[in-house]
Design a protein around this ligand. Sequence first.
Ligand code: GDP
Length: 334
Amino acid sequence: MVTFLAGGTGTPKLLRGSASVFPPADTPVVCNTGDDVELSGVLVCPDVDTVLFSEGGLLDRETWWGIDGDSTETHEAVHRLADDAGLDTGPRYLSADAQTAGREISRHRRFSGVAEFMRLGDRDRAVHVTRTGLIDEGRTLTAATATLAEALALDRPVLPMSDDPVATIVHTSEGAMHFQEYWVGHRAGPDVDRVEFRGAADADPTDAVLDALDSPVVVGPSNPITSVGPMLAMDRFRTALESTPVVAVSPFVEDQVFSGPAAKLLAASGYAPSTEGVADAYPFADAFVLDTDDGTDLERPVVRTDTELGTPEAGERVCRAVREALERVGAEGP
Ligand code: GDP
């Protein structure tokens, strides 16, 4: 068994085409939940859902979120009502009191549905309604995710990193805001002072995650701060990584990032915005997979290949490099 850690873009891309190297049933994916929000009354788990939709063959691969060909009738109607009522568009983060009221899992990530600031598709929303309903009936996020994975006929175990609330809060020049407000609402515009994982000190990885972390681990090419950071903010998660072989794939080619705000957030967290900074953020990683054009000199084993992902062939190629790196650090292959 080999366990992958995922955010919402890089690792799902890596997993596409991975089946011939890492059989899905023996390759669980642990997903970040720091980005999750409660919006329009439902719990939205962007990284979990990208993995579910990708593995289930439903993902919109233009955006790497949402369901391909989904309609947005409800979302548009919500916007029309807000416009007609003269209500400001969002993000509309609820009051401090409301953040700790309501569902425990939604703490510090509760947004009003007025003018819904994230574009939820209609079929996508059905997934959030079902997940939230299962949680309201008393199931954990882990159990609700397993039920959704079954409905989508997935072979692969998909594991939220925790059943406890951990909210990624970005402290910026325009104040502290939830990561989705910074990323979707402000398009990563404001300067960032630091990133906080609110709730992490009281959160634990689930038993299923701790079991999965007994196996060799692959950190896909993820945002080290907002996708892997919430996992590392939990003591037991970090300790588990320190005692198992870990291979990380860089989301950079030297200081060139493939996509997203990783460079800015690494810099704000005291790391170089480059492969070198990623390596510093991952002291537990035993080996790295870097791009052929990435000459970064790391004092740990490196396997190089073309790390541009996006097709099944590319995923397979990078997974072969990952397997070679695992072998170099003495981890048993699948
Ligand atoms: P998020 O949840 O959407 O922020 O996504 P992740 O944390 O999973 O992934 C974001 C990271 O994926 C970014 O830092 C990108 O640089 C990286 N990434 C995206 N596409 C590729 C690719 O084709 N190859 C590699 N190596 N990294 C990529």
